[in-house]
Design a protein around this ligand. Structure first.
Ligand code: FAD
Length: 286
């Protein structure tokens, strides 16, 4: 029974949020978005890897997908979790794996993102980012629920940092994190303003109309176009609307077999069942 339920949930979520188990599934889902002008950010599922074979496999999957993207395709980006390329075990090994991926991506002019995970990894993740920041075609995800983020962004922007701004997906202590939606949104806005004033390009990654529309208003005020991104299958129609309004829109497309942790985070965020069902019914229009 549990196995059947597992299979059913996998099918349901794989169809709505996750492209499928393979690199080819990811590319195919990306093509569907690209046909309507929306870019794809490919993320191979998996985190907190501590087995060297798994870490090598994850690194190779990124090399493989980069190999399958056309050189210079600005509509395709990749996004990597530091703990899937070895950061929980050894930062230096993770740096080497990241360097291999970034070098291959740069040969083809493909943009690489570094995801941000739980707060215990932030210093190491920033260290990892600094090891590649001068290559230019690499960006870092930053989370507005953390009290430290504006300062991190201020520091890294002096070194040419490129950022993807999100609210944050993990459970963090109130000593280091804002807890109310109002505080998290206020910090999101403060960071947005800093980025419009002090950085060249960045990505606004949110499904929250309040934040997205605020960013669009600021973009008009500062006469600066930025990227917008949403997770595949959550608010695809809104993403299409942004694209139709002339914004550079991207869908973050997870693929691979390790779908459980990712899906649990999305279910927790949907807050209540009606939102989850809404994303199930309306999320997948592409
Ligand atoms: C492209 C992208 C990359 C990301 N990368 C990272 C990362 O590297 N690290 C990290 O910590 N987090 C990451 N996140 C997740 C992010 O931190 C949030 O957890 C997530 O986006 C929900 O926050 P929100 O900004 O959409 O606003 P919320 O306030 O959570 O949601 C606003 C509204 O969006 C809709 N909505 C949101 N989620 C759902 C859902 N699951 N189902 C249905 N409707 C929903 C609802 O209408 C909701 O009221 C990423 C998000 C995106 C879009």
């Amino acid at each position: 029974m549990i196995l059947m339920l597992n299979g059913f949930m996998e099918k349901l979520l794989a169809g709505k949020w996750i492209a499928g188990p393979t690199v080819d599934d990811a590319i195919a889902r990306g093509e569907r978005f690209k046909k309507i002008g929306i870019g794809a950010i490919f993320n191979y599922l998996g985190e907190a890897l501590t087995n060297n074979n798994d870490i090598e496999e994850a690194t190779n999957v990124y090399l493989d997908i980069i190999g399958k993207i056309n050189a210079g395709d600005e509509k395709c980006q990749i996004s990597i979790k530091p703990t899937q390329i070895g950061m929980s075990l050894d930062v230096d090994a993770a740096k080497q794996n990241l360097e291999k991926i970034v070098n291959k991506a740069n040969e083809k002019n493909i943009f690489t993102w570094i995801d941000m995970e739980e707060s215990e990894f932030i210093d190491k993740t920033i260290d990892l980012y600094r090891s590649q920041i001068s290559k230019g075609n690499v960006g870092l995800c930053v989370q507005s629920y953390l009290r430290r983020t504006l300062k991190d962004v201020e520091d890294l922007s002096k070194e040419g940092g490129i950022f993807r701004l999100v609210k944050g997906a993990y459970t963090e202590d109130e000593k280091i994190a804002f807890k109310t939606k109002e505080e998290i949104n206020k910090n999101f806005e403060d960071i947005l303003i800093f980025m419009f004033q002090n950085t060249k390009n960045f990505m606004v990654a949110s499904h929250d109309e309040l934040m997205v529309e605020k960013a669009i208003k600021l973009s008009e005020e500062y006469k600066k176009e930025v990227w917008y991104a949403m997770l595949n299958g959550i608010r695809n129609q809104y993403l299409i609307d942004l694209q139709n309004r002339g914004k550079a829109a991207f869908s973050y497309i997870p693929f691979g077999k390790k779908w459980i942790q990712y899906s649990v985070r999305r279910m927790q965020e949907s807050g209540h069942m009606s939102l989850l069902m809404k994303s199930m019914i309306h999320g997948q229009k592409v």
